[in-house]
Design a protein around this ligand. Structure first.
Ligand SMILES: NC(=O)c1ccc[n+]([C@@H]2O[C@H](COP(=O)([O-])OP(=O)(O)OC[C@H]3O[C@@H](n4cnc5c(N)ncnc54)[C@H](O)[C@@H]3O)[C@@H](O)[C@H]2O)c1
Length: 402
């Protein structure tokens, strides 16, 4: 049971549960209604007539975040996909991008697009590259609503946000993407089933804001993983940033090497897929997380050095097998299967423990307490949490926990 405090002072009892499991069923129809050329919105904040799909229906005890007024800043692969997904979930979304050509593309696709960053809303999602965050945060000076981001590294963003004095912030990172960039590559279904990290800093992050975003993003089909910024940065260094560097180095095998290029097949393709990402984005990801990436790269290099040394032994095959076997087993056991549903307290420590042990939230479906008004335009949501319980699922093994 969860008690929330209403800023409005108008108590209203409701039931809300945070359900947590490991296999989120794909949400129903998220297709965006397309517009004809005559309905195309103008480039300035448009009032173009669009058919907005209904918000996804929930049970009477569902989370309460619906019809939210949202700005998505940055309309590339991730921001454009989010614009599409949030729009398809029935939210009132407006996009903004510094690049006029990108704005035109989004407007041509039927979305509301602004020529400057709109702040008359409840939520701003920052979907710009890390180096562009600071100027965008300058534009948010004095903003009263909730702010989140999608940046691939979290500790530097946390520092930036503190420096800019952002009042309400929950860092985020959808573990979704592909090698292509820009609005043209965006898809409404990009986040289906993906892990979406929402940072939860003890004594810092508002649990109510965290639950509001967990509700919002689970409704776009994501599995929300509660982690601290430091825990996130260590984990993504291990499974995303170091693999990007490794893939880039592996791609170097092709340099002046026509025979290797002719023979390269599955192993090369799978091991180097992410090396096709724009170099600037890889550099921003790794450079922005330099300490964690450095430590994890050192660990990987030590493993590779060990394997290299085994190749010099009299029987390298016999020497390598016991070293390789545990790694092979780990890979075969990934991804972990879901365990049974359990109930958890909807508290910061319980949620962080869930994230540390490989679990995730699949829906905010109930809170017991009072509702209030959050944000600038008065979206109804959870405004304060003092106690409660949540439903959860855990992996059957903890082999992939971090
Ligand atoms: N690409 C991925 O796989 C992936 C996955 C998860 C998170 N991310 C994160 O998402 C963010 C965006 O990445 P992306 O892949 O969508 O990049 P992208 O290059 O496709 O899009 C970035 C967009 O931001 C716009 N932009 C730049 N500066 C701006 C400013 N000051 N104001 C407004 N708009 C501005 C650009 O014009 C561009 O349209 C990055 O922080 C990245 O770390 C990327």
């Amino acid at each position: 049971m969860l008690t929330v405090t209403a800023e409005s002072g108008l108590p209203e009892r409701l039931i809300l549960f945070v359900s947590v499991c490991h296999r989120l069923p794909l949400p129903p129809g998220k297709k965006k209604a397309s517009l004809g050329p005559t309905e195309r919105p103008a480039t300035a904040l448009s009032t173009g007539k669009r058919v907005v799909p209904q918000a996804r229906a929930g049970s009477p005890t569902c989370g309460r975040v619906s019809g939210v007024n949202i700005t998505v800043a940055g309309l590339g692969l991730i921001g454009g996909s989010l614009l599409r997904a949030l729009d398809a979930s029935g939210h009132r979304v407006v996009g903004y991008d510094a690049d006029p050509a990108t704005r035109d593309q989004a407007a041509a696709a039927g979305f509301r697009v602004a020529t400057s960053l709109p702040t008359d809303n409840d939520l701003v999602v920052l979907a710009v590259p890390l180096p562009a965050l600071s100027p965008v945060l300058d534009e948010l000076s004095g903003y009263e609503g909730l702010v989140t981001d999608v940046t691939s590294v979290k500790a530097p963003v946390r520092d930036l946000v503190a420096k800019h004095g952002v009042r309400r912030f929950v860092g985020g990172h959808p573990m979704a993407g592909k090698e292509t960039s820009g609005f043209a590559a965006s898809e409404a279904t990009l986040f289906d089933g993906c892990a979406w990290v929402l940072c939860l800093e003890p004594g810092e992050t508002s649990l109510a804001d965290w639950l509001t975003l967990a509700d919002l993003f689970t409704r776009t089909g994501s599995r929300v993983v509660p982690l601290t910024a430091a825990g996130h940065d260590r984990a993504v260094a291990q499974v995303s940033h170091v693999p990007h560097l490794f893939a880039a180095a592996l791609s170097g095998q092709l340099r002046d090497n026509a025979p290797a290029a002719a023979l390269a097949a599955g192993s090369f393709r799978d091991g180097t897929r992410v090396a096709a990402t724009r170099a600037e984005l890889i550099a921003a990801m790794c450079g922005g997380n330099a300490a964690a990436v450095g430590a994890e790269l050192d660990r990987l290099l030590a493993d590779l050095h060990e394997m290299r040394a085994l190749l010099d032994q009299a029987d390298p095959v016999a020497a390598l097998v016991p070293v390789l076997r545990p790694d092979v087993e780990l890979r075969r056991a990934w991804p972990p299967t879901a365990g049974p549903s359990v109930d958890l307290p909807a508290e910061t420590e319980a949620l962080l423990e869930l994230g540390r042990t490989g679990g995730w939230v699949t829906g905010v479906t109930g809170v017991t307490g009072v509702t209030g008004v959050t944000g600038v335009t008065g979206v109804t949501g959870v405004t304060g949490v003092t106690e409660g319980t949540v439903s959860a699922k855990r992996p059957e093994t903890d082999r992939n926990s971090f």
